[in-house]
Design a protein around this ligand. Structure first.
Ligand code: ZN
Length: 290
């Protein structure tokens, strides 16, 4: 939890930077240096960012600086047109799991995947997702690495994730990991403000998700949004009640860092990394406290 510092400002330990936010400016090691300059000691890297510097160097940076890794992005992408394709997806997820363990991540985030090429069968895709998560869950349990299903806004149902609401994700959690709700469930949720803010069931769904939340991602929804993937807003620049969302997330038992995840090709990816991180910190203090 972001407990107040003597001056009354929230402790930066309550903030994590998802390194997608700095992906155009920095590699993973440079991004870590930027975060540390601003007192931020929690990060969430993407696998390609880890691969670019090499897993051993990424692990060394995490251990040397005592960083908290609030999640590894990402596993998932389970559906495929052929059994071979689905097997390859599972194998890739097993590698992601090993990387998450090496990095001592809080969870492996799952963006579950959309329709296989040429398919019009979204129910079939959802069944493949369920089978894929079921197959990954036992190795994840054995490795002690929680899996966090991230429901994505329905505009991504075809190409990124056919799990689109918290309730849909929660249903999978309960079906596949019935005993799991608790402080560190084997299967839980990543609650990303950008993807769930619009859901009329948001508040009751978060109550139902008590004990299942493994990560809390933040950014803002701009009006207008000029690009559905790469025009996420800085907190405070859009229409999401981020403080209210945080209150509900904490009421559901999650007190880990809020993780800023901003894909912003035309704005924030063009600014110096130090300015971006300083702005994240300011806006988180001003707009995201419960
Ligand atoms: Zn996210």
């Amino acid at each position: 939890m972001a407990s107040p510092e003597p001056g009354g400002a929230p402790d930066p330990a309550g903030l994590s930077i998802n390194l997608a936010t700095l992906r155009r400016q920095c590699d993973l090691l440079q991004a870590v240096e930027v975060c540390l300059r601003h007192g931020i000691t929690a990060i969430a890297p993407w696998r390609d960012q880890v691969a670019a510097v090499g897993l051993p160097a990424a692990v060394r940076a995490v251990r040397t600086h005592g960083l908290r890794v609030t999640g590894l992005c990402r596993g998932g992408m389970f559906p495929a047109a052929t059994p071979e394709g689905r097997r390859a997806a599972l194998e890739d997820n097993l590698r992601a799991l090993e990387e998450a363990v090496e990095l001592s991540a809080d969870c492996l985030v799952l963006v579950v995947g959309g329709l296989p090429e040429g398919s019009r069968d979204i129910a079939g895709a959802r069944a493949m997702v369920r089978d894929g998560i079921a197959a990954l869950l036992e190795p994840a349990r054995a490795a002690g690495m929680p899996l966090a299903i991230e429901p994505l806004h329905p505009m991504y149902a075809a190409d990124r994730a056919c799990i689109n609401t918290l309730d849909q994700a929660l249903e999978l959690c309960v079906a596949l990991d019935p005993e799991g709700a608790g402080t560190r469930p084997a299967l839980g949720l990543a609650v990303d403000a950008y993807h769930v803010w619009w859901d009329p069931e948001l508040q009751p769904a978060l109550r139902r998700a008590a004990g299942r939340i493994l990560a809390h991602h933040i950014c803002d929804w701009l009006v207008p949004t000029r690009d559905l993937l790469l025009d996420r807003g800085m907190m405070g620049d859009g229409v999401i009640d981020l403080a209210g969302l945080r209150r509900a997330v904490e009421a559901a038992g999650f007190h880990g860092p809020q993780e800023v995840e901003i894909f912003s090709a035309e704005t924030w990816w063009k600014r110096p990394a130090d300015e971006v991180v300083a702005t994240c910190l300011d806006r988180w203090r001003d707009h995201c406290q419960p």
